[in-house]
Ligand binder design. Structure first.
Ligand SMILES: NC(=O)c1ccc[n+]([C@@H]2O[C@H](COP(=O)([O-])OP(=O)(O)OC[C@H]3O[C@@H](n4cnc5c(N)ncnc54)[C@H](O)[C@@H]3O)[C@@H](O)[C@H]2O)c1
Length: 332
C-alpha cells in the first residue's frame, strides 16, 4: 500500500481524493492546502489529517508520495523539494510551464531516484488505448495525421481573478487545461515534435485568456497533428488517427470528471465505418494505481521522463507561436 498526500484541494484535488477512496493500492494519509478553512473542512469531512504547511508534508515519514494538484506555476518548486525529501511524485498536468523548469524538476527527480507520474489519464482510457494499438499494429497503414479536439466551457463560469484565466498561469486559452492532453497523446504516437504554428483568439470575451486555441504540429517523423481546444462552447471531445489504410475516432460522451463512456469508430480499407460503444471506465484511478505499481516494481509507468519534458517543450513553443504568429521550432 502506497501512502500518499494530496496537495491542493480545489476542483481536481477533491476529485483525486474521492477517486483514491476507492483504491486498494493507495491510501491518502494527508491532505494539504494553503486555504485552511476550505481545505480543513474537506479534510475533516473525509477524516484525513490536514495541514496548510507543505514542508510538514515533506517532513512526514508516513508519506511515501505526493500528488500535486496545485496551480501550474507552483509545480516546479514543489516537485524539486518533494524529490529532495525522497518522495515519489505524481504531478498534475502541465508538469511545468516551460522547458527550463521541466528540466530542473526532472533533474531533481532523477538525482533522488524517485518515481514520477503525470495526470494524463487519457492514456488510460480503454478506447484511446485501443485506437493507439490499432495505429501501432499497422492496421491503419502508414500513419499520417491526428485530428483532435478537447473543448468545454467549465471555465466560463470562473471569476476573472481566478488563476485559470491568467495568461502567466494558464497561457493560450485551453492549452494547459485540455490541449495538453491531446499533445501528450500525439507525442505518445508520433514521438518528437519538430515545429508548431498556433493561434489563440478570445471571441466570447468571457474566458479572458482566450477561448479558441488551435495548433498545427509537425513531428520529426513527418506526421502532423491538428489540435483544438475551445473553452467557450459546451463539452466536445474527439481524438482521431488517420492512416493510408484507415482511420479511427474516439468520441467522449462526457468530461472525465463524470464519465459516461465513449463511441469508438473505425473505418478500414473496405471504407465501411463501424461504431461501437465503450462502457464507463476509471482512467484517473488507473493512472494513479499505475504510479503505485511502478513504485512497487510491478509495472512500467507509460509516460517517460523524456515524453513529459517533450510535452512541456511543445507547450512553450505553442505559447511563443500564439504570441508571434510564426512557426516555432520545438527545443530538444
Ligand atoms: N488531469 C486532469 O484531467 C485535470 C483536471 C483538472 C485540473 N487538473 C490540474 O490540477 C491542478 C489544479 O487545478 P484545479 O482546477 O483543481 O485548481 P483549483 O484552483 O480548483 O485548486 C487549486 C488548489 O490549490 C491550492 N493551493 C494554492 N497554492 C497552494 C500551495 N502553495 N500549497 C498547497 N495548496 C495550494 C488552492 O488553495 C486551491 O485549493 C492543475 O495543474 C490542473 O491542470 C487536472
Amino acid at each position: 500500500m502506497l501512502n500518499a498526500a494530496i496537495v491542493g484541494l480545489g476542483w481536481w484535488g477533491k476529485i483525486l481524493t474521492q477517486t483514491l477512496a476507492k483504491s486498494d493500492k493507495i491510501t491518502v494519509v494527508k491532505l494539504a492546502d494553503v486555504d485552511a478553512d476550505g481545505g480543513g473542512a474537506f479534510a475533516a469531512e473525509h477524516g484525513i489529517d490536514f495541514t496548510t504547511d507543505y514542508s510538514a508534508v515533506l517532513a512526514d515519514d508516513a508519506v511515501d508520495a505526493v500528488v500535486l494538484a496545485t496551480p501550474h506555476s507552483l509545480h516546479e518548486e514543489q516537485i524539486v523539494t518533494a524529490a529532495e525529501a525522497g518522495k515519489h511524485i505524481f504531478c498534475e498536468k502541465p508538469f511545468c510551464l516551460n522547458r527550463a523548469s521541466a528540466l530542473r524538476a526532472m533533474e531533481a527527480i532523477e538525482k533522488a531516484g524517485v518515481q514520477v507520474a503525470i495526470g494524463h489519464e487519457r492514456r488510460f482510457e480503454p478506447p484511446i488505448m485501443d485506437a493507439l494499438a490499432l495505429a501501432r499494429d499497422g492496421k491503419l497503414g502508414a500513419l499520417m495525421h491526428v485530428e483532435a479536439n478537447f473543448s468545454h466551457d467549465i471555465f466560463a463560469a470562473l471569476d476573472d481573478a481566478n488563476w485559470r484565466l491568467k495568461t502567466d498561469e494558464s497561457p493560450a486559452g485551453g492549452l494547459t487545461a485540455t490541449l495538453i492532453h491531446l499533445m501528450d497523446l500525439s507525442i505518445n504516437l508520433f514521438g518528437q515534435p519538430d515545429r508548431v504554428l498556433a493561434s489563440v483568439e478570445c471571441h466570447g470575451g468571457v474566458v479572458k485568456n482566450g477561448d479558441t486555441l488551435t495548433a498545427q504540429v509537425k513531428f520529426e517523423n513527418g506526421c502532423t497533428a491538428s489540435l483544438n481546444a475551445f473553452t467557450h462552447t459546451p463539452f466536445f471531445s474527439r481524438f482521431a488517427i488517420f492512416g493510408s489504410d484507415g482511420w479511427t475516432e474516439v468520441r467522449d460522451k462526457a468530461h472525465v470528471q463524470a464519465p459516461e463512456g465513449w463511441f469508438f469508430t473505425t473505418c478500414l480499407k473496405d471504407g465501411k465505418a463501424e461504431t461501437i460503444e465503450y462502457e464507463v471506465a476509471t482512467p484517473v484511478l488507473s493512472n494513479l494505481e499505475c504510479f503505485s505499481d511502478a513504485i512497487a516494481g510491478k509495472a512500467t509507468y507509460p509516460n517517460t521522463p523524456e515524453q513529459i519534458v517533450r510535452n512541456v517543450s511543445l507547450l512553450e513553443a505553442i505559447v511563443k507561436s500564439t504570441g508571434s504568429g510564426e512557426i516555432v521550432k520545438i527545443e530538444r
